[in-house]
Ligand binder design. Structure first.
Ligand code: MLT
Length: 252
């Protein structure tokens, strides 16, 4: 398999992602929040690229079973039920709900990937679930780092390090032939330097420092907990749900 990687999602036209196998990585915080929400019983996540789309879609669906979640500048969008802190997506808040989800970078990357052959959502908190999926698929994959608007180049250290640790997991897997693109090699090298202390890396990253500044320091601790939410959010049709374990086929 060949692993390619993009350090931000801005460069893609959605049709370029047709037939690609894609993992969207947005550690702070979209990928982490989606894993927490679905693990806490949310029915589905509907990623949208703009607030207008969120309002339009929820206009018809809004009500008991539909919530609007997401952020602008890391804070709850006016008129939305939830912001983008994983702490808000408790079982009480989200169980059984469809969540129309709009964030600055993560949901945009996911919405852009709706034509992909496969789309899964990866983070540190579901790292192994994500790499097990890639390994079992054993196909070429494109890792898309959602990036951050806190920097001119939109480069997100935390997304790149998370991608690099996924690559490290794949390289360790026995009997797996893995070829890396140059950008995948770069992310793997970064993870060797910054992967030893994930929370420290998050605290010194551009978006991590910003989230601390606006009162979300606890979110960094949650998003740093490797494999603390061992589930795999995947795109099914136009919504993101949990990948169900394939029922093991009992011997006849
Ligand atoms: C994003 O989509 O850029 C992030 O999730 C923003 C955030 O949650 O602070």
């Amino acid at each position: 398999m060949k692993i390619d990687l993009s350090f931000n999602a801005g460069q893609f036209d959605e049709l370029q992602l047709r037939e690609k196998n894609v993992i969207v990585i947005d550690v702070l915080r979209a990928s982490s929040t989606i894993a927490v929400a679905l693990n806490n019983g949310a029915r589905e996540i509907i990623p949208v690229a703009s607030i207008e789309s969120a309002v339009k879609i929820s206009g018809s669906l809004f009500g008991e079973v539909t919530l609007r979640g997401g952020e602008r500048n890391g804070k709850t969008i006016e008129g939305f039920n939830l912001g983008n802190s994983p702490q808000e997506y408790s079982e009480t808040a989200v169980k059984g709900k469809s969540i129309i989800y709009c964030t600055t970078n993560g949901s945009v990357a996911m919405a852009k990937s709706r034509y992909a052959r496969t789309l899964a959502v990866g983070s540190f908190i579901n790292l192994t679930a994500t790499t097990d999926f890639i390994r079992n698929e054993n196909k070429d994959f494109l890792l898309i780092c959602a990036g951050t608007t806190n920097t001119i180049g939109n480069f997100s250290l935390e997304d790149a390090v998370c991608a690099g640790m996924m690559i490290q997991n794949l390289l360790k897997a026995d009997s797996l032939e893995v070829e890396l693109s140059d950008s995948a090699k770069a992310a793997h090298a970064l993870s060797k330097s910054f992967g030893r202390s994930i929370l420290k890396m998050l605290k010194t990253s551009e978006h991590g420092k910003y989230l601390i500044e606006i009162g979300f320091a606890e979110d960094l601790k949650i998003c740093a907990q490797v494999d603390s939410v061992p589930v795999l959010p995947i795109l099914i049709g136009t919504v993101i749900k949990l990948k169900k374990e394939e029922p093991s086929i009992e011997p006849a």
